[in-house]
Design a protein around this ligand. Sequence first.
Ligand SMILES: Nc1nc2c(ncn2[C@@H]2O[C@H](COP(=O)(O)OP(=O)(O)O)[C@@H](O)[C@H]2O)c(=O)[nH]1
Ligand SMILES: [Mg+2]
Length: 348
Amino acid sequence: TTTQIIQRHSVSHAGSHTAPHSGSHGHGGSHSSSGGSTLLGYIGIDTIIEQMRKKTMKTGFDFNIMVVGHSGLGKSTLVNTLFKSQVSRRSAGWARDEKIPKTVEIKAVSHVIEEGGVKMKLTVVDTPGFGDQINNDNCWEPISKYINEQYEKFLKEEVNITRKKRIPDTRVHCCLYFISPTGHSLRQLDTEFMKRLSHSVNIIPVIAKADTLTIEERQEFKQRVRKELEMSGIEFYPQKEFDDDMEDKSDNDKIREAMPFAVVGSDKEYQVNGKRVLGRKTAWGIVEVENPNHCEFAQLRDFLIRSHLQDLKEVTHNIHYETYRAKRLNENGGLHPISSAETQESNL
Ligand SMILES: Nc1nc2c(ncn2[C@@H]2O[C@H](COP(=O)(O)OP(=O)(O)O)[C@@H](O)[C@H]2O)c(=O)[nH]1
Ligand SMILES: [Mg+2]
């Protein structure tokens, strides 16, 4: 990480005339050891990381996940699992034994989760049973509408003459699509939905209720689903075309080969080997939701939160939102801002 350096420990780095906010060099143990460049001494470019860290700590960030799929596939349960698992075990105020009601409308639930001083507002958008009607022809429409409404809200804030310093972000950063664990193939509705929405949102397919398949069936099914998605030309997240470099590509290839993650959800805790774990109790034992030998929930969670959260947000902003924005501004006949009266009206 060091630049071309002559090791000079006494460099009096730019600390004195950096940001007007005082104390910005309090943390910077890193710069004194990195020395200075040959001609200029230490400039302090590397402190941008620390500066960004501080900003993020102060403002926090939004992260929005949506779940979609046939009713009864365990969407609401998985939402609870996410909130109850390591992601949020420490967050207070989560009612322990709430019964999950049948979801009847698109509903967003938010929790602010704090870890290491960083606040994340995690919102999960639960959608009602999708494909429950006899005629499912247009059942992706309300979901597509919701996704676009969030883009529209963001756009209106952006083109407003008096802009907020920080626009609240309700855009859907990823859409978990639940595939029924039939062991056969995707249904037409699945491919139809993913095809239609894959260009407006990051779609992450998952195999629901994976505990109903044997290990072998699971592997076979995963392979078949991947093949079918490929044949239908469906690009799920992480999309190959957005891999930035070879390192990205090789990391993402591994993930793509492991997808769709076969997950199990539960909001009940059991005692296993002296530890409390989230699990499903069956006549032959407990399926531990967060145990990587039992299912791929932990992998999915780590993928969403630990490795790809920032990228999900960036792809949403730079690709999906950008596409929406370009289309809208074209329709609007150029860049003239939408009047504030109009904005207010539509916010009602
Ligand atoms: N076997 C199994 N059952 C599950 C799983 N997740 C949820 N269920 C059960 O499936 C039923 C429907 O769950 P729910 O979360 O309401 O599904 P939703 O309609 O997709 O929101 C409930 O009885 C859950 O307890 C799972 O991973 N495996
Ligand atoms: Mg539900």
